[in-house]
Structure formats: structure tokens, C-alpha cells
Design a protein around this ligand. Structure first.
Ligand SMILES: [Zn+2]
Length: 190
């Protein structure tokens, strides 16, 4: 398990061995339920137990704006700022040619389909702005440049989160205030 070292794993194992059976079974069921019930939204790839996800379904949101992030946890961090009322698109990673990760391994085609065909965007609303919310790393920047070109080809405005974000930072660990500033101060990409 990520983030669990040998000592923690031992403690968890002994805790489970000591726990009474109903408790242990409840945990086993919860794990099975997560695998069964949680899937990716067919529109934005966010994790959800309903498809489309509640964000895509919310007609009170501005459906002409799409904020592109690498992972669902980035979406959660941005959503917690309460500063953004548009939609999202989760790429499920970033371009990394050395690891063999190209556009086909990400949800790039799905994003372009939303841009090309408004019927594929919630409420059949035409997308007018794509905001790039990728991590400020080498690969995140490369992914951003690639996407900016693809989006601009389609005559859609592209902006990216402001650079209050320290280089190398991970969106999920940046404070709410810095993220909120980054959304507010986003800049159009030329
Ligand atoms: Zn969605």
C-alpha cells in the first residue's frame, strides 16, 4: 500500500488479527464496495459513484469553462478552494515520452471530443475556455504546451493557473489560499 512502511503494515495486520470478526468483515466489504461502486465519470474521468459525476451534472456550474488536471486528487484540491465554478477534465496522468506515456494513454481524445462536439459536454454547452491546471513540473509543463496547441487549433481560449505555485510543487499539497490565487490570476497562453 502506498505510504505504508513495514512497521505500519505490521501494526495494521496485528490490529486486524485482534479485531472481532464483524469489524474485519465490514472492512473487507468496504474495500470490495469501493472497487465495485467507484468508477470514472464518462465525461470528465473524475472518480464517482454516479455517471456522469455530480460536478458534470450540476447545471448551476459554468459549463463553458473546463479546468484540466492530471489526477482526481488535484480536482479535489482545487474544488476545496471553492473559487472555481466551471467543469473539469481529468487527464489520468501526464505526457511522459520516456515512460511510453503519450496522448493515447491519457484522456486527451475525450477532452478534444468535448471541444469538437458540444453535445459531448454537459448541457451541450460549447466550451469557450480551457484552463490548464497541471503540476508545475517538467512533464506537467510539456503536457500543457502540447494541450495548449491542440486546444488553440480549435479556436478555443487557453489559460493556465498563475505561477504563485512553486516549481516542482504538487497541486494536492498546495494550500487552499495559493490555489485560489492561482485560479483567480490565471493567464492566457499565447
Ligand atoms: Zn464528470
Amino acid at each position: 500500500m502506498p505510504g505504508i512502511g513495514r512497521r505500519s503494515a505490521e501494526r495494521l495486520a496485528f490490529h486486524l488479527l485482534k479485531a472481532d470478526e464483524p469489524k474485519a468483515m465490514a472492512l473487507a466489504r468496504a474495500i470490495a464496495d469501493v472497487k465495485r461502486a467507484v468508477k470514472h465519470c464518462s465525461v470528465c474521468s473524475n472518480l464517482t459513484d454516479a455517471d456522469p459525476c455530480p460536478i458534470c451534472e450540476d447545471s448551476g456550474r459554468d459549463r463553458s469553462r473546463v479546468l484540466v488536471v492530471e489526477q482526481p486528487k488535484d480536482l479535489i484540491a482545487l474544488e476545496q478552494t471553492g473559487m472555481y465554478r466551471g467543469l473539469y477534465h481529468v487527464l489520468m496522468g501526464r505526457l511522459s515520452p520516456l515512460d511510453g506515456i503519450g496522448p493515447g494513454e491519457l484522456t486527451v481524445a475525450e477532452l478534444m471530443a468535448r471541444l469538437d462536439t458540444p453535445a459531448k459536454n454537459p448541457g451541450a454547452v460549447r466550451i469557450e475556455e480551457v484552463i490548464l491546471g497541471l503540476n508545475p513540473t517538467l512533464e506537467g509543463d510539456g503536457t500543457g504546451l502540447y494541450l495548449a496547441e491542440e486546444v488553440r487549433k480549435r479556436g478555443v481560449r487557453v489559460s493556465r493557473l498563475a505561477r504563485g505555485l512553486p516549481t516542482g510543487a504538487q497541486l494536492e499539497y498546495v494550500s487552499k489560499a495559493v490555489l485560489a490565487d492561482a485560479i483567480e490570476g490565471r493567464r492566457e497562453m499565447q
